[in-house]
Design a protein around this ligand. Structure first.
Ligand code: GLN
Length: 473
């Protein structure tokens, strides 16, 4: 099978009769088979996908096919798909079957996307390396010794290795963008409230957003336009109409871009990534865009605020898994109390437990004000200061990550791991949209991304300008 980078290419070959959806799905299934070692898929919906492909071929012949006909897509194992298993890569939910589909999944299906399988991730989407999954780590397809990033590691490994054309992931602090950067693909975290979270297994509800991972800006735009928009099942979704992002990818005029001085000067930033970012800034200036440095002396507050607030929300969200109503029930349970403690001890992995305990601590009576309330205040401050920049500039440019994909098993210190999120958490803390664009290859041979953040609900501009950036080379 050919290597496809966008649905447009596939559609061309469908029109000329070179492929049809059925042969395409079979091609992807074969590739999935030869790449099992990556451990990207937790489950392949082979029979269902072939069936869907046949139906789509029929619709195409009849001229009734939807916008996503021909798009073979995988979904992160935190999204519900009716009648299919969903586990959040946790023993807690092993063998749990979705009773309904997430709104985003329904919208994909309505436009005739073909869902090929369920993708591995960090347990309950908590992690930056895809090593906390109960079902084993995922390997980076470019260098198998390295991590694909996390938590949407299975998504990016699958899209990067061409095992599916695109994937839906979730991003609470960088889980779409950081792995996209590590595997050389595109990943968008939409504005908080642009995309429904109904049917997404919650990690930290005021941060979580669903978003696409793909091999082209065009596909990112198309998928976003399909999944975004009001949903009666999620009251946090904006009622604003959804522009046709995929039809408006030409950025007109000159942009005003700010870059955060402290990001580029930060100690931990890899020199080659820094150099490439500076090169892009110079190129953009040459093209007539305004690119200016801005000071944002709050970088050090971001990761701590993020981990105080997300663990608090996680401890509350995950309290429902006690082996009674939901989740794994310990065989050793003898009464209600032991059912809770034993089921939770057995069902959750180490990182999830660490976060539940940390979250419970920051919410506890004696420490609430010192941690949780203060975390909220810091979040508000970060939001105000970020919006001050966005009042002056349309976009904020930065590297997506301080370094390239690290070797699996290398980072054993949780704080060092948390610091991987330094550039990505700002968008989640403040609710703004952010995208990672593959923009360079490091001397190690590994790809890395550039991050562009935009004003809330201005995905249209963000995507159009992203295309401008990728074209300047
Ligand atoms: N790495 C971050 C964390 O571990 C982000 C996770 C995510 O976005 N789901 O919390």
């Amino acid at each position: 099978m050919k290597n496809y980078d966008s649905l447009g290419e596939i559609r061309k070959d469908i029109s000329s009769g070179e492929v049809n959806c059925e042969s395409l799905v079979k091609g992807y299934l074969e590739r999935i088979n030869t790449h099992k070692h990556l451990n990207a898929f937790l489950e392949v919906f082979a029979a269902g996908a072939v069936e869907q492909a046949k139906e789509t071929d029929k619709k195409i012949r009849e001229g009734k096919a939807g916008k996503l006909a021909g798009m073979v897509i995988g979904i992160k194992d935190v999204l519900c798909y009716k009648g299919h298993k969903v586990s959040a890569s946790s023993r807690m939910l092993e063998n749990f079957t979705s009773l309904y589909s997430a709104t985003v999944v329904e919208r994909l299906l309505k436009e005739d996307a073909i869902i090929i399988g369920r993708l591995n991730c960090d347990e309950f989407a908590m992690g930056s390396s895809n090593e906390t999954s109960h079902f084993g780590k995922v390997l980076n397809p470019i260098d198998n010794k390295r991590s694909p990033g996390g938590s949407s590691g299975g998504c990016v490994a699958a899209v990067g290795a061409g095992l599916c054309l695109a994937a839906l992931g979730s991003d609470t602090g960088g889980s779409i963008r950081q792995p996209a950067s590590f595997c050389g693909v595109y990943g968008l975290k939409p504005t908080y409230g642009r995309v429904s979270r109904y049917g997404l297994i919650a990690y930290a509800s005021s941060f979580d957003q669903v978003g696409p991972i793909a091999r082209s800006i065009e596909d990112i735009a198309l998928i976003t336009e399909v999944i975004a928009g009001p949903d009666e099942y999620d009251s946090t979704v904006s009622a604003a109409g959804v522009p046709l992002y995929s039809r408006n990818l030409d950025y007109k005029g000159k942009a005003k871009i700010g870059y955060i001085e402290e990001c580029l000067e930060s100690e931990g930033l890899d020199p080659e990534i820094k150099k490439r970012t500076e090169e892009i800034i110079t190129r953009l200036r040459k093209e007539g865009h305004t690119v200016e440095s801005v000071s944002f002396p709050y970088l050090d507050f971001m990761v701590p605020a993020y981990y105080v607030l997300t663990t608090a929300e996680a401890s509350s969200n995950l309290s429902r898994y006690g082996g009674l109503l939901y989740g794994h029930r310990s065989a050793a349970a003898t009464d209600t109390d032991s059912a809770f403690t034993k089921s939770r001890s057995e069902g959750f992995g180490k990182e999830v437990k660490r976060r539940i305990m940390l979250g419970t601590f920051v919410l506890s009576a004696g420490y609430y004000d010192a941690y949780y309330t203060r975390g909220q205040k810091v979040r508000r401050l970060l939001r105000e200061k970020t919006f001050e920049i966005l009042n002056r500039y349309e976009f904020i440019l930065s590297p997506t990550t301080p370094g390239v994909a690290f070797e699996s098993g290398k980072i054993n210190d949780p704080v060092a791991m948390y610091l991987q999120d330094i550039f990505t958490v700002q968008a989640n803390l403040t609710g703004i949209p952010a995208i990672s664009l593959p923009m360079g290859i490091h001397s190690t041979g590994m790809p890395f991304g550039i991050q562009l953040m935009g004003r809330p609900m201005e995905e249209e501009k963000l995507l159009a300008f992203s295309r401008t950036i990728t074209r300047i080379g």
